[in-house]
Design a protein around this ligand. Structure first.
Ligand SMILES: [Zn+2]
Length: 164
């Protein structure tokens, strides 16, 4: 079998071209995403959440003294819901905020299409839980996996690509 992008010979069941790193089932979807970049995205996501809460806590510290504690609590609840919706919107696009910043995309591994909302939820919840329970072995799996799939990718049937 030959790569649709560079036409060089590739092993039949590989998802990424050995030569040009394009995603063979659908080269338009992107290229193989570097592992370092992927892990960086994984650390950005919780960091964004922490930064958001630190900023809000600072603002609320001022607001609580003028508006009272009740207003502060309801603001925290509203911001939590707001961030939750923002995060779920990214998931429905096959991304997390960190992946969006770094130009990455999760795609369905056979078609290269958007994995869909529920597949992303499966990947980010049960999938990442399973990847994490053996000292994070499921994350490191992507190092030696032929398609760079972590366990949560295998569970959800996805791969991570670098967007074009
Ligand atoms: Zn190629």
């Amino acid at each position: 079998m030959n790569c649709p992008s560079c036409n060089k010979e590739v092993v039949a069941d590989k998802l990424f071209c050995t030569w040009c790193e394009d995603f063979i089932p659908n080269p338009q979807a992107g290229k193989k995403a570097g592992l370092f970049r992927r892990w960086f995205a994984t650390t950005i996501d919780p960091l964004l959440g922490i930064i958001l809460y630190v900023v809000i806590a600072g603002v609320l510290g001022g607001a609580a003294s003028t508006l009272g504690g009740g207003a502060a609590v309801s603001t925290i609840i509203m911001v939590t819901i707001g961030y939750g919706i923002f995060f779920l919107w990214f998931l429905s696009k096959g991304m997390t905020p960190g992946k969006w910043i770094l130009g990455e995309q999760v795609v369905e591994k056979l078609s290269g299409k958007h994995p869909g909302f529920w597949r992303m939820v499966l990947r980010e919840t049960i999938g990442k839980f399973v990847s994490g329970i053996f000292l994070g072995l499921g994350y490191f799996w992507a190092i030696w996996d032929k398609d760079n799939q972590a366990w949560h990718d295998k569970i959800a049937g996805t791969v991570v690509v670098k967007r074009r």
